[in-house]
Each structure stands twice: as structure tokens, then as C-alpha cells.
Design a protein around this ligand. Structure first.
Ligand SMILES: [Fe+2]
Length: 333
């Protein structure tokens, strides 16, 4: 018998998401009902109190498998080996601790809003993205586990609800996004908005690194609901994009539309701010949410988080596609 789970909706201070409490500690026998809870909660679950994962990382992999048929093995996806867990290669390390040495995001300027709150809305808050949207088919779900979070008030993860943001779009914007296609790009290739504004020379791209087209409005394959699917500076292509059929580059009408959409998408009423506690697992659905990380003091604080990525159900649009991010010679093996 699987233990019943206790689900309470929504997440504190938000209009979506749910807190899930498992009836017993995590073991080989995985809880049931989690994917259904995720779909009901508009794609965001907090499962607190799973500190047992630190000593038994394979439990995070088993938990991830309850959400979909395939968990990415980072050994085979061109990931720096220093960011891959030594014993469970399906775990990606997000940490400022060497040898991972990933710096935290910059602090927003100014650090607080005029009324003293944590900035959440674009463009005061930046870095909004959905994981690996530069791949086709894109992944479905991410799990993020706090091994060593930093203290509260920093190092948070912010989520925006793409389903409600789409539903609340003013009519003129809804009309513009239906059928619109975004051009998504892996960060660090000299094609981000900032890189283009600086005049960086873009790196030559291998075929498997090329920008990928994604609909700005995605229909969720489980719930059937439409959601906005969009990133901003670092994860769109600012040379050919951000949108197909609109003026490209940071000063075009595509940029103006992206700014308008992203400002709407991240309005405070669509946001959940997660303050991390050791042992938390947060599960999010990349098909209908965006997220971003916040600053912490990397000189004084150490943070270690583990992420897994689940794929296999991107929707009918992607049916039968080859994976864009696997080089031909590897795909042929
Ligand atoms: Fe992410």
C-alpha cells in the first residue's frame, strides 16, 4: 500500500501551487498521486521535510521518475562534469561551492521596491526562464532539492504562473501571442540581449546548439490549458529573435512586445516566492511556469542545491521529433 499524501492549496502568499506532506519518510516505495496533485496545483508543488535525500540521493531520482518516463542523465547531455553528482548522474548540482563555482545572480538595482519589498516583477527582477527551452522537445518537469540552502530573505526561487498570466492577458495581447513563435537560445553563446547590446561576437554554433523555435502559447498536454511559454534576456536569441516574423534585436518591435509580455507575466499576483528550508523539494512544470533565482552573498555563504529534469510528454506539437540538442554522431549510436 502506498501512503496517502496530504495536499493543501495554494502555496502561502500565492494564488497557485500546493504543499504536499507525505504520510511517511521517503523510501523505495514512492508516494502515489503526485503528478495529479501537480496538475491540479497549476504546476508547482512544495514537498517539505525530505532531508533523508542528502544521504540517499537515489531517492531524488526515484521521486523524479514518478513524474515522467525519462529523467535526464547529465553524462550524455554535454554538461560540465563538475556539475554532475558523482554517484547519481541524473542530479545536476547548482552551487557556488568549488568545483561547481556557479555564481549567484546579481542583486537587483535598487535591491528593494519603493515600498520595501523583494522585487519580483520584470524588468526590476531579471533571469526569468523555463528550463532548457533552447531544446526541442523541451523538458516537462524539474525537481529542486535543498541540500544546503542559504538563510531566508535571499537565495529564493521565484515562480510565475503562466496559465493565469495567459488567461489575464488583455485582448490585444492575446491576439498578438496566439500563433506567435519565440526563438530560444542557450545562455552563454554571445546571443543574449546583453551580449548583443555590448557588441559581443557570437560564437559559431554547432548544428545541435542552434536556436530553437517554441510557441509563445503552449497547450498543456495533461490539463489542456493554455500557458505563456517565454524567456527573456539570457535565453532568447537576440540576433534573429526574440520572435519569428518581427523586427529582431534589442531595439525591434519584437523586443518591445517581449518586454510588455514579461512585465505582465511577472505581475505580483502571479508570483510565488519560495524561501528554502533544508530538506525541501520543489517540483515545477516547465510547460506552464517560469522561474528565476535571487541573489545571496557568495563571499560569505555556501549553497548546494540538486536538480533533476524529467521529460517525455511535451505535447502533440513535438510528436516524433528528434532531439535537437544531441549531436548527429551521438544520435546515430
Ligand atoms: Fe532554471
Amino acid at each position: 500500500m502506498t501512503a496517502p499524501i496530504d495536499v493543501s492549496m495554494p502555496l502561502p502568499g500565492a494564488g497557485f501551487g500546493a504543499t504536499v506532506r507525505l504520510g511517511k519518510p521517503l523510501s523505495e516505495e514512492m508516494p502515489s498521486g503526485l503528478p495529479e496533485a501537480l496538475a491540479k496545483a497549476s504546476g508547482l508543488l512544495l514537498i517539505p521535510g525530505l532531508g533523508e535525500i542528502t544521504a540517499r540521493p537515489e531517492l531524488l531520482l526515484a521521486l523524479s521518475r514518478t513524474f515522467g518516463p525519462e529523467v535526464e542523465d547529465y553524462r550524455y547531455t554535454l554538461t560540465a562534469h563538475t556539475s554532475v553528482h558523482a554517484a547519481v548522474p541524473e542530479i545536476f548540482l547548482v552551487s557556488n561551492i568549488p568545483p561547481v563555482s556557479r555564481p549567484p545572480p546579481k542583486r537587483p538595482e535598487p535591491p528593494l521596491t519603493a515600498d520595501g519589498r523583494l522585487p519580483v516583477q520584470y524588468p526590476h527582477r531579471l533571469g526569468w526562464h523555463t528550463d532548457q527551452s533552447y531544446r526541442r522537445p523541451p523538458p516537462d518537469i524539474s525537481l529542486f532539492y535543498a541540500v544546503t540552502p542559504v538563510p531566508r530573505d535571499r537565495g529564493q526561487t521565484l515562480f510565475a504562473d503562466g496559465t493565469r498570466a495567459y488567461e489575464a492577458l488583455p485582448a490585444h495581447l492575446k491576439q498578438r501571442v496566439d500563433g506567435l513563435v519565440g526563438i530560444h537560445m542557450q545562455p552563454g553563446r554571445g546571443r543574449s540581449r546583453d551580449a548583443v547590446l555590448r557588441g559581443d561576437t557570437p560564437r559559431p554554433l554547432q548544428p545541435h546548439e542552434r536556436p530553437q523555435l517554441q510557441p509563445v502559447v503552449r497547450t498543456h498536454p495533461v490539463t489542456g490549458k493554455k500557458a505563456l511559454y517565454l524567456c527573456e534576456s539570457g535565453q532568447m536569441d537576440w540576433i534573429e529573435g526574440p520572435f519569428v516574423g518581427m523586427q529582431p534585436g534589442p531595439y525591434g518591435d519584437g523586443a518591445a512586445l517581449l518586454d510588455e509580455l514579461m512585465t505582465h507575466y511577472t505581475r505580483p499576483e502571479f508570483i510565488y516566492v519560495h524561501e528554502w528550508t533544508q530538506g525541501d523539494v520543489v517540483v515545477w512544470d516547465n510547460r506552464c511556469l517560469i522561474h528565476t533565482a535571487t541573489w545571496y552573498d557568495s563571499d560569505k555563504e555556501q549553497r548546494m542545491m540538486w536538480r533533476t529534469t524529467v521529460r517525455g510528454n511535451p505535447g502533440a506539437l513535438y510528436a516524433g521529433e528528434k532531439r535537437s540538442w544531441i549531436p548527429e554522431e551521438v544520435a546515430a549510436d
